[in-house]
Ligand binder design. Structure first.
Ligand code: P6P
Length: 332
């Protein structure tokens, strides 16, 4: 129960502060940063909950660096994160799916300054049809020995200090890891704050469920097609398929109930569609902290060395045994 009988509850900011206290030498700066992310996602959630009532539906009329049509809400979400992080004095660099290049917010000299990267509104094309969407974020230390933001952000996922996502679904939930387990917070609309509702989440080791856009399966590498043939023949248990087409929604289901999500290379996206730095890495960090696995079909996502902030990757992520089943066909 998030609000215990004695009225006790733990907010997200309290949780981060308590954890902060256990990190030797850490200042309160990190919890101040994370409170900025929490504030931004509450703002984004309020735009989403009012979509249709306020003029936020539809396209913005531009395309982003990914060549994707920008939705109005993408801009609002991106601006909310940049504004709330902008005056957190310890955020040196931000990088966003919506921006061409990582931006140096401010030249921060403090030792404990950070880099925050995010996909402000993943799956935003689903907004107009009321399907759940998400914000994905990740935090790295800002290395002071590397000149230039474009280079400073190119760190492998193993260097992540914290990561998380917010799923704007039937309720708004924030899932977060700082490398010491995975915890979930649910936004209490009355209090206007995130309350701890699940702690130390562990992904089921296996579940008879897979998640992929099978419309492209004819262009998948052969191993994925052989997995899809195999999985349909299983009868104890019979597997089911679930695919929302919104990464955070598909991943969150797997975190809680188990299974596997994969987005393989396709003709349209030979290097994979999903972004390494601010989609695959944060979800891989969470998946591994919850006892799951995350690869690009062969290599561990967190060990991939990025060449560019907008690098893409194939992704196979989920329950340990489900990922291993896919690997039996793919990682040959
Ligand atoms: P497809 C949304 O655009 C997104 O980036 C993810 O949220 C989602 O998992 C994926 O693309 C869906 O891609 O090609 O199946 O529509």
């Amino acid at each position: 129960m998030p609000i215990k009988q004695d009225g006790e509850f733990i907010t997200f900011t309290q949780h981060v502060q308590q954890r902060q206290a256990t990190h030797a030498g850490a200042s309160g700066q990190f919890s101040w940063l994370m409170s900025g992310v929490a504030l931004a996602t509450r703002m984004i959630g309020s735009y989403i909950r009012r979509a249709g009532l306020i003029d936020v539906w539809g396209e913005h009329g531009t395309t982003n660096v990914q060549g994707e049509t920008v939705q109005r809400l993408d801009i609002l979400a991106n601006d909310a994160l940049k504004k709330t992080l902008g005056y957190r004095g310890n955020v040196g660099i931000i990088a966003s799916e919506e921006d061409n290049e990582p931006r140096v917010l401010q030249e921060v000299t403090a030792e404990d300054s950070y880099i925050v990267m995010f996909d402000p509104l993943d799956g935003s094309s689903n907004i107009d049809v009321n399907v759940s969407v998400g914000t994905i974020f990740t935090v790295f230390k800002n290395p002071h020995n590397i000149p230039g933001a474009a280079q400073s952000v190119l760190q492998s996922g193993l260097e992540q200090v914290a990561a998380g996502y917010v799923l704007y679904g039937s309720s708004t939930v924030l899932v977060y890891t700082d490398g010491h387990g995975v915890d979930m917070f649910t936004l209490d609309p009355q209090f206007g704050t995130y309350l701890l509702t699940r702690d130390n989440i562990k992904m089921p080791v296996h579940a008879p469920q897979y998640s992929v856009n099978e419309a492209y399966s004819h262009t998948f590498p052969e191993g994925y097609r052989r997995y899809l043939d195999w999985v349909k023949l299983q009868d104890s248990p019979v597997y089911s398929s679930r695919y929302v087409g919104s990464l955070v929604a598909d991943f969150h289901r797997i975190l809680i109930k188990g299974g596997v999500f994969f987005y393989p290379p396709t003709n349209k996206a030979p290097g994979g569609k999903l972004r390494l730095m601010y989609e695959a890495n944060p979800l891989a960090f969470i998946a591994e902290q919850a006892g799951g696995l995350a690869t690009n079909g062969k290599d561990r996502v967190l060990e991939i060395k990025p060449n560019d902030v907008h690098d893409r990757t194939a992704l196979v992520i989920g329950s340990k045994k489900n990922v291993e089943e896919v690997h039996r066909f793919v990682a040959k």
